[in-house]
Design a protein around this ligand. Structure first.
Ligand code: PLP
Length: 401
C-alpha cells in the first residue's frame, strides 16, 4: 500500500486536495446505481439548480463533468473559442502557467501578460490592450481568480469594469478552482462568461468532478466555436438536459451523492459564513507568518488570498525540507513551492471544510518544523498571534446558535 500510516489524523494543509468531511464520506459510501433509472435524473436536476448558487448565477448553465480542474479548463476553452483566436492570459504562477500551456497546445493565439510571482494580474496592461483593440481581435480574457501557487487573488470586478469601459465584447473565462466555495464569487455581477472549479478544493470532495458554468453569451459562442471537442462538448450535455436524462455518458454515482452532501453542508453553514470563515483563517495565518518574522510571497495586501498562504523562507533554508520534515515527523502535509518558487516558499492551504482549531494545530506544527530546520522561531509566537485574533473574531457555529 502506498498510504504510509501515521497515528492520529493527518493534518492535511495542502491547498487541495483537502479534508473531506465525514457526512460527505458517508454519503459516497454506497452502491452503484442504474443512471437511467428515474432517481438519478431527479438527483442531477436538483444538483444542477443548486450548483448555480456557488457561482452566484441565475442565468448560467452548469455542467458537472467527470474530470479535474484541467479538464474544466479545456471545456471552457474549446466550447467557446476557435483555433487561432486571441486570448489575453495572465501568467502569475504555476497554475496560470499550466493553463496558458494548455491554451497554446489547443492552438489559440495567447497574448501572455506576465507578472512577478507574488503579484496579481497586471490590469494596467489589460487596459492598454483593450484601449488599442478597437478591431476586437481579443476574443477572451483568461484569468485565474486565485493563483494557488503564490496565494494571490485577482480582482475580477475590475476586469469586468475595464471591458465595460471600452465596450469590449471579449469573453471572460475564469479559473475558480481554488476560490469558488471559499472566496466570494459573483458570476452574474462580474459578467463572467465561463467559471469553473474542481471538486477536491473548497467543495471538500474527492477529485473527479469539474464543475463548469456558462453564461448565455458563452453558450451563444459555443454555437460557432470551431475547436474540436468531443468528451467536453456542451452540446451533448444540453441535448441530454433537454430529454431529461441529464447525462451524455456514465456519471459517477458516488460523486453525485458526495456533491449533494457537500452542497448541503455549505448551504447549512451559509455561503457568506463560509467566506467569512475563510477570511478569518487567512487572516490568522498571515498574522502567524508575521509573528514568525517571515514574509508572505504575495506582495501586496490587495492580493492576499484567504485560501492559501505561500510563506517565503530565508535563503539558507530549502522550503522542500520543511514540507518533507513536517510530513515525516508531525503528520502535517504542507504545500511545496512550485517551479520558479521551488525551494523558496512552502504553502499553507486553508480552504474547504476546516475550523479554527485545526488551523492552530497546523500553525503549531509549522513552528516546530521551522525550529527543527534551524530557523530561529519563538515557539508559540505564531499560534499566539493567530489565537488572539481568532478568539476575538470567531462567531458561534451557525448551526448551533
Ligand atoms: N487551477 C488551479 C488554480 C489549481 O490550483 C489547480 C490545481 O491545483 C488546477 C487548476 C488544476 O486542477 P486539477 O489538478 O484538478 O486538474
Amino acid at each position: 500500500a502506498d498510504y504510509v500510516y501515521g497515528p492520529g489524523r493527518t493534518h492535511l494543509f495542502v491547498p487541495g486536495p483537502v479534508n473531506i468531511p465525514d457526512p460527505v464520506i458517508r454519503a459516497m459510501n454506497r452502491q452503484n446505481e442504474d443512471y437511467r433509472s428515474p432517481a438519478v435524473p431527479v438527483l442531477t436536476k436538483i444538483l444542477l439548480e443548486d450548483v448555480k448558487k456557488i457561482f452566484k448565477t441565475t442565468t448560467g448553465t452548469p455542467f458537472i463533468i467527470p474530470t479535474t480542474g484541467t479538464g474544466a479548463w479545456e471545456s471552457a476553452l474549446t466550447n467557446t473559442l476557435s483555433p487561432g483566436d486571441r486570448i489575453v492570459s495572465f501568467l502569475i504562477g504555476q497554475f496560470s502557467l499550466l493553463w496558458i500551456d494548455q491554451q497554446q497546445r489547443l492552438g489559440f493565439n495567447v497574448d501572455v501578460v506576465e507578472s512577478d510571482w507574488g503579484r496579481g494580474a497586471d490590469l494596467d496592461v489589460l487596459e492598454a490592450k483593450l484601449r488599442q483593440d478597437t478591431a476586437h481581435t481579443i476574443k477572451a480574457i483568461a484569468i485565474v481568480h486565485n493563483e494557488t501557487a503564490t496565494g494571490v487573488t485577482n480582482d475580477l470586478a475590475t476586469v469586468r469594469k475595464l471591458l465595460d469601459t471600452y465596450r469590449h465584447p471579449a469573453l471572460i473565462l475564469v479559473d475558480g478552482v481554488s476560490s469558488i466555495c471559499a472566496l466570494d464569487f459573483r458570476m452574474d455581477e462580474w459578467g463572467v462568461d465561463v467559471a469553473l472549479t474542481g471538486s477536491q478544493k473548497a467543495l471538500s470532495m474527492p477529485t473527479g468532478l469539474g464543475i463548469v458554468c456558462a453564461s448565455p453569451k458563452a453558450l451563444e459562442a459555443s454555437k460557432t466555436a470551431k475547436s474540436v471537442r468531443v468528451f467536453f462538448d456542451w452540446n451533448d450535455y444540453l441535448k441530454s438536459y433537454k430529454i431529461g436524462s441529464y447525462w451524455p455518458y456514465t456519471p459517477s454515482i458516488q460523486l453525485l451523492y458526495g456533491l449533494r452532501a457537500a452542497l448541503d453542508l455549505l448551504f447549512l453553514e451559509g455561503l457568506d459564513n463560509v467566506f467569512k470563515r475563510h477570511k478569518r483563517l487567512g487572516t490568522a495565518t498571515r498574522l502567524a507568518v508575521e509573528a514568525w518574522g517571515l514574509k508572505n510571497c504575495t506582495q501586496k495586501e490587495e492580493w492576499f488570498s484567504d485560501t492559501v498562504t505561500a510563506v517565503v523562507v530565508p535563503p539558507y533554508i530549502d522550503s522542500g525540507e520543511i514540507v518533507k520534515h513536517a510530513w515525516k515527523r508531525y503528520n502535517l502535509s504542507l504545500g511545496l513551492g512550485l517551479n520558479k518558487v521551488a525551494g523558496k516558499v512552502f504553502r499553507i492551504g486553508h480552504l474547504g471544510n476546516l475550523n479554527e482549531l485545526q488551523l492552530l494545530g497546523c500553525l503549531s506544527g509549522v513552528e516546530m518544523v521551522l525550529k527543527d530546520v534551524g530557523y530561529p522561531v519563538k515557539l508559540g509566537s505564531g499560534v499566539a498571534a493567530a489565537a488572539a485574533y481568532l478568539s476575538n473574531s470567531t462567531p458561534l457555529i451557525p448551526s448551533r446558535i
